[in-house]
Design a protein around this ligand. Structure first.
Ligand SMILES: [Mg+2]
Length: 389
């Protein structure tokens, strides 16, 4: 069996607003085709034009070869060997960042193919099944641009998640800083008020995580706010600090009574090694596409397990990435929660329309998927509607 084609679809929602903080307004969809007519689907969370260039660019010398050129004609079945070959032979094009994020989409498509070739859902090929149910958390969606509208939208979203049977939620609480919602610039006290309001809405029993999206640059300032958050019984606070400031992470982690979570932007296990060892984080958050694919995410999960750290993968994309994340979790006991929002609750068009996943939410848990590979069906009308040259 041979790889005959690697097609890269640049998808951008027709209502895209570059001022919004949601990266689910676009997608890089990769389709790997074989000479036997099988197709594997993969996706990654990066600017899709940049991702496509990383895959399609021709090589110019032995350590800067072209990704698609390296893979065409190869047998798709030994995914780890192919990943290593591409990683090595494209090293001077980028051993980190965009090139690895794009490689993650290709690797995901190869994993989908592997499952389809075996006639098994991907999770069954990845190892022993997890012994405990897979619990998803709902990401609460903010709205508006005033403090009151933002707070109330999160509380309403928390009510909806509760009604749907979710056992855990994550509230974005970012009304200032580089990731501020809709240009907001509210005081830190108001951030505390939002977390308090969401906790009141949920009651004491549901798990609550909070994502402040790189709000602070140093541990002292972060701690001046976060020391008041102990009473909210948080499972973690996500990305309180800029990801390059590893020593600040370690200082904050030493003070905080709850876990510090981070890792959504990182590529490769080696970046995670730094974040874990030097940054002393408490929850590890690989994004399956961005980190370099299912295999690289597994390596990160193993690294976390050796240190008894829970993994809560990042995923804010379509059913393709959500499925890859869920399959990984069904074979990885250390994954404590997965990010999962049913399409009907999402405002992002690509999440709603691009792919139908084989994931059923029942009593606050996700049931193991049964279709071969990722179990994803692509809506080709959406690919045509949102495709860009
Ligand atoms: Mg986040």
């Amino acid at each position: 069996m041979k790889i005959t084609d690697i097609a890269c679809h640049v998808l951008v929602a027709d209502d895209v607003d570059p001022g919004l903080t949601s990266s689910a307004q676009d997608s890089l969809l990769v389709v790997v085709t074989t000479d036997e007519g099988l197709e594997g689907y993969g996706e990654s969370d990066l600017n899709p034009w940049i991702g496509r260039a990383c895959i399609e660019a021709s090589g110019t010398h032995t350590m800067g070869l072209g990704m698609a050129e390296l893979l065409k004609g190869k047998d798709p079945r030994n995914v780890e060997a192919l990943w290593d070959h591409v990683y090595t032979m494209t090293a001077m094009n980028g051993r980190r960042g965009a090139l690895i994020h794009a490689l993650g989409a290709v690797e995901m498509a190869l994993r989908d193919l592997a499952g389809k070739i075996a006639g098994e859902p991907l999770w069954k090929l990845l190892g022993e099944p997890r012994p405990t149910p897979l619990v998803p958390y709902a990401s609460l969606q903010p709205a508006g641009s005033s403090f009151e509208a933002y707070r109330d939208a999160l509380c309403e979203s928390a009510e909806n998640a509760k009604k749907l049977g979710f056992k855990a939620v994550k509230a974005e609480c970012t009304m200032a800083g580089p990731y501020a919602h809709d240009g907001m610039n509210e005081s830190y006290d108001r951030h505390t008020e939002v977390v308090a309001a969401v906790r009141r809405t949920l009651g004491p029993d549901m798990t609550l995580m909070v994502d402040v999206q790189y709000l602070w640059r140093d541990a002292e300032t972060a701690w001046s706010v976060l020391r008041d958050w102990e009473e909210f019984d948080l499972y973690f606070v996500e990305t309180p600090l800029w990801p390059d400031f590893l020593d600040e992470h370690a200082r904050l982690a030493a003070w905080a009574p709850f876990r510090i979570a981070s890792g959504e932007w990182l590529s490769t296990r080696w970046e995670f090694e730094d974040l874990i060892e030097r940054g002393r984080i408490g929850v590890v958050q690989p994004d399956v596409g961005r980190v370099g694919g299912v295999g690289e995410a597994r390596a990160v999960c193993e690294m976390a397990a050796e240190r008894n750290l829970p993994v809560v993968p990042h995923c804010w994309k379509t059913g393709v990435s959500l499925s890859a994340t869920a399959h990984l979790a069904f074979a990885t006991p250390g994954i404590a929660f997965v990010e999962f929002l049913p399409p009907q609750l999402c405002i992002e068009k690509l999440r709603r329309e691009l792919a139908t996943e084989d994931l059923v939410l029942e009593n606050g848990e996700i049931l193991p998927p049964t279709r071969p590979g990722l179990g994803v069906e692509i809506n080709w009308d959406a690919v045509r509607a949102y495709g860009r040259p």
